[in-house]
Write a protein that binds this ligand. Sequence first.
Ligand SMILES: [Mg+2]
Length: 292
Amino acid sequence: MNVLNAELNLNDFWSTVRQARARVLFLDYDGTLAPFKTDRRKAIPYPGIRTLLNNIQRQAHTRLVMVSGRWAEEVSPLLGLDRPPEIWGCHGWERLWPDGLGEMGPMSSQALRGLEMAAAQLREINFSPEQADLYWEKKPASVAVHFRAMPPETIQQMEDQVRPHWETLCEKHSLAVKSFDGGMELVVPTINKSRAVATVLKEMREGAERLNIFPFQIAAAYLGDDLTDEDGFLELNRDKAAAAQQDVTRNAGISTLSVLVGEKARESSADVHIRPPREVLEFLESWLKHTQ
Ligand SMILES: [Mg+2]
């Protein structure tokens, strides 16, 4: 990431956004559009985000795609838009269409069994039963432990018991342990947020081919704060590199921007870094301005 070039990159990007024939905005939820809350069920967007996203959906000729680690069905009620967007949940494993139809990714029975064993252990440990919903959750393609909701002494206790068990499960069931901001998660390593980016961009390219209008420029941005968003950033970068080698008179060209959101910049594959919520709001305002 080259923070010094941030302004330059952004100006170049906005000019291609203005000219693009198709646009897509990939957005992570927690830490990007909404502040972290001890109770994750209460994490609603920063003030101003809803209005901007509603306007972008209405006026900006933009496909809005949420890419979250949460269950897909949890995102829409928190986001609270007039029209639900397309949502990829569980780090790219689930896809929920705006009309409510959903699709799940592939999963081996071996992985599924491993996740069930992880959930069984957490049920057995039974830390603070009245807080169980806040401390951990079994999702369709992962098991997550949320440290943010726990008192500090519980975090260590929980980790000491859970991590060794998870390490065994990783070996026997081809799973992986991932850290995220506020917890750790046992996941199926073959699935990550890049799946959402790759699938949507492929569909947009195929749409361009069907219309048979070339050159067909696509503008795509991905905003995310977490380590799990790096897979999305990398996919966007890969796509840009591949598109640069293609003949744009016959293929859809693409202009992309990966945006790391966070108080502090960190090592990242993103093109630029912005701070929430002010610079996220400014980014979305600019998107609206350049696309109307
Ligand atoms: Mg996040």
